[in-house]
Design a protein around this ligand. Structure first.
Ligand code: NDP
Length: 418
């Protein structure tokens, strides 16, 4: 297997850092040719100086001078949102790792697909907002969409070779459950799976820091408490999403699009140890699971080296030290995010984008101490209730719904302000 030439969007974040670690760990398999960030010029330059990619990009154009000064070599420098799309399409790049928090990764991801680059997707938001479009474009352009989210990467590994794998790439005749346009939408690897043998996809959730907290204490929870994730070390937005369980809700919709399974076949189980990263139950009642310690380097590496398995320095599981693996039913009543996400995913259209945007606004307001912890799902539900969803939206309709939801959520934040 030759070295995969990778562009990392979101290089200064938690996933970006893990991806840089993977590249250091398996240099004979992974070469970084582009690094992009939003505004952290110093951290981007520091990473670039170590890895020396041929191109770097900073979205915030006002900080380009800081970036230039901090670089100790002369890469090609891209700037702004246009620059982000350009670096995603680098001639020399083969794969784009989309690890931008929020919705900023959508346009560069679509540009990369159009340019024929494989995608490694960490940014679940882009599949929640525009899963139908992303998967259709990937199919039509014959590119692979490899999941980096640990749960989806686990499902991908469980499905590989276990379900009727289609021979022909990239086209397929299987009808995606939500797609009127036809085609499989079986996301990963462009429709190479036939998931009719899959009875259930079971996403595991750690349960977050408030797994055992009584609901009557929710009003007083602080951002600091919510940011203390018991098992994963991640960026602030996804950490709050893990505390509300919106993260798992977003992942349900992500799984629906990636694997082409209806929402009713996607379930969630609480697994506090975060060792089993997800499971697939097949038609014959057998269940396959993927296990490892909770380190994002595992799924990132597999997305990059797929279909090969490559030795690394990551610690394998020591079963003598794993005292127990527990599984619980989620507290649906106390954590309404799961049912809201199921409702959004089943309704489809612009509702998932609205849920996602309202959640982003509500999380930011909570982190800013403007609203309480339970206000997060109250705001999301209120904005979803007000929305008239558009079926099979194009990109413009999705982005419009996103903007509308942000404005509505801002209004809700104002009225709920403490
Ligand atoms: P972080 O907050 O740690 O990092 C976010 C990254 O995105 C930074 O590099 C930031 O740049 C960049 N960024 C933010 N906005 C923009 C924008 N508009 N344009 C370009 N770049 C932007 O997030 P995480 O790494 O935790 O998460 C990234 C994505 O991966 C999220 O979608 C998350 O849900 C998903 N994910 C994360 C996991 C994890 O373990 N962290 C696990 C599974 C999925 P800058 O630093 O310059 O602001």
């Amino acid at each position: 297997m030759k070295r995969k030439r990778v562009v990392i969007l979101g290089a200064t974040g938690s996933i970006g850092e893990s991806a840089l670690k993977v590249a250091r760990d398996i240099p004979e398999r992974m070469e970084i040719v582009g690094l992009a960030a939003n505004r952290n010029a110093e951290k981007l330059a520091e990473a670039a100086n170590k890895v020396r990619p041929e191109s770097v990009c900073l979205v915030d154009e006002t900080k380009i001078d800081i970036l230039r000064k901090a670089l100790d070599y002369e890469p090609r420098i891209f700037a702004g949102e246009e620059g982000l799309r350009e670096i995603a399409c680098l001639t020399n790049g083969e794969m784009v790792l989309v690890a931008i928090v929020g919705t900023g990764g959508l346009r560069p991801a679509l540009a990369a697909i159009e340019a024929g680059k494989d995608l490694a997707v960490a940014s679940k938001e882009i599949l929640v907002m525009a899963g139908e479009i992303v998967m259709r474009e990937a199919r039509e352009n014959g590119v692979h969409v490899l999941p980096v989210d640990s749960e989806h990467n686990a499902i991908f590994q469980c499905l590989e070779g276990k379900v009727g794998q289609k021979q022909k790439h990239p086209t397929s005749n299987i009808q995606h459950p939500m797609s009127k346009a036809g085609g499989s939408g079986l996301g990963v690897r462009c429709s190479m799976f036939d998931v009719s043998d899959v009875r259930r996809i079971i996403l595991t959730a750690s349960g977050g820091p408030f797994r055992e907290t009584h609901a009557k204490e929710f009003d007083d929870l602080t951002p600091e408490e919510a940011l203390k994730h018991p098992t994963w070390n991640m960026g602030p937005k996804i950490t709050i999403d893990s505390a509300t369980l919106f993260n798992k809700g977003l992942e349900m919709i992500e799984a629906h699009w990636l694997f082409g399974v209806e929402m009713k076949r996607v379930e969630v189980v609480i697994h506090p140890q975060s060792i089993v990263h997800s499971m697939v139950e097949f038609a014959d009642g057998s269940t396959l699971a993927q296990l490892s310690y909770s380190d994002m380097c595992f799924p990132i590496q597999y997305a990059v080296t797929w279909p090969c398995r490559v030795p690394n320095t990551l610690p394998p599981l020591d079963f003598s030290k794993l005292s127990k693996l527990e599984f619980f039913v989620p507290r649906y009543g106390d954590f309404p995010a799961l049912n809201l996400a199921r409702r959004a995913g089943e309704a489809g259209g612009t509702l998932p984008a609205v849920m996602n945007a309202a959640n982003e606004m509500a999380v930011a307001a909570f982190l800013d101490r403007q609203v309480s912890f339970p206000s997060i799902w109250q705001i999301v539900e209120e904005v979803m209730n007000r929305h008239a969803s558009v079926a099979h939206p194009d990109l413009d309709a999705i982005l419009q719904a996103d903007q509308w939801a942000r404005a509505e959520a801002a209004g809700c934040v104002k009225s709920l302000k403490r």
